[in-house]
Design a protein. Structure first.
Length: 289
């Protein structure tokens, strides 16, 4: 995959024939190996930006949109989550948001590479905001698929904060991964995962639906508009055996949100309620699947 190997402009190459470009004020870190290219740079609009193999991973300015919705929707829908598992998420944004819930007693985060965590602590410190030092956090450096298929731990909520299904991230969209996650969930538990922008990556959504269906009675998606991830709303996968968790009324969500005591910049009970309403083109595609 072609990468603009730094001048004053960085061009994302995730989609053929269409993309976005970022002005580069300063390159903070850059490394090219035989198998991947990683860069962290400063942009005048989005602040610090991290990109891997031509694909924007996260930005300082809008990360809260993604991290809040991938975290607070499952935790507040569950209502009594005490144990949370995060797969990936080396930048610490999901861990930060999970740790804001005082009702959560334990968080395990499985990241394949300690260097990713260290790098993000240095160049994107506001993502984790000290969450890696939270006494409830257990950081495990391991392969996510192997972990979910070998541990005997149990969790109420599992959050897969993975890259797109290209290269190393592809295994986190596999049936073996979903099967392992289901085996770790307590009764009434919820699994969620990043699942791309369906207007441009519709096959990903269809494939995920098919692969989730053997393991969860209720497999669906919810939507969030993250400016960095171009092409329309992005979808977050949802798996649970309790269909009612997607159908809470507004008053109950408002009560749970108030009781949590957290403050947010994107998430609120209204966005939670509305995010499960999907565009018709996506519903049509999922029906055919």
């Amino acid at each position: 995959m072609g990468v603009n190997f730094m001048t004053t402009n960085y061009k994302e190459t995730l989609h053929k024939g269409y993309g976005q470009a970022f002005d580069v004020e300063e390159v903070l870190f850059e490394q090219q190996t035989d198998s991947w290219h990683l860069i962290i740079f400063r942009n005048p609009v989005y602040g610090t930006v991290m990109a891997l193999d031509g694909i924007i991973q996260t930005t300082e300015r809008d990360e809260f949109v993604y991290h809040e919705m991938l975290t607070h929707v499952p935790i507040l829908a569950h209502g009594k989550a005490k144990r949370v598992l995060i797969i990936g998420g080396g930048d610490g944004g999901i861990l930060r948001e999970v740790c804001r819930h005082k009702s959560v007693e334990h968080v395990t985060q499985v990241e394949i590479d300690q260097a990713v965590i260290d790098m993000c602590k240095e160049y994107l410190p506001n993502h984790s905001a000290g969450a890696f030092d939270d006494p409830r956090a257990n950081i495990v450096i391991a392969d996510g698929v192997e972990y979910v298929n070998s541990t005997d731990e149990k969790f109420d909520v599992i959050i897969s904060d993975c890259t797109d299904p290209v290269g190393p991230g592809e295994v986190l969209f596999s049936s073996r991964f979903y099967e392992g996650c289901k085996s770790l969930l307590n009764e009434g538990g919820v699994f969620v995962a990043q699942n791309g922008v369906p207007f441009l990556q519709q096959d990903e959504v269809i494939t995920t639906r098919r692969r989730l269906s053997p393991y969860f009675k209720d497999q669906s998606f919810y939507a969030v508009a993250v400016p960095t991830y171009i092409g329309g709303v992005m979808t977050l996968a949802w798996g649970s055996d309790n269909e009612s968790l997607r159908q809470l009324d507004l008053s109950e969500l408002q009560k749970r949100f108030a009781d949590s005591g957290i403050t947010t910049r994107y998430y609120n009970p209204q966005t939670h309620l509305g995010c499960f309403g999907l565009p018709q083109y996506l519903l049509d595609a999922l029906d055919k699947a």
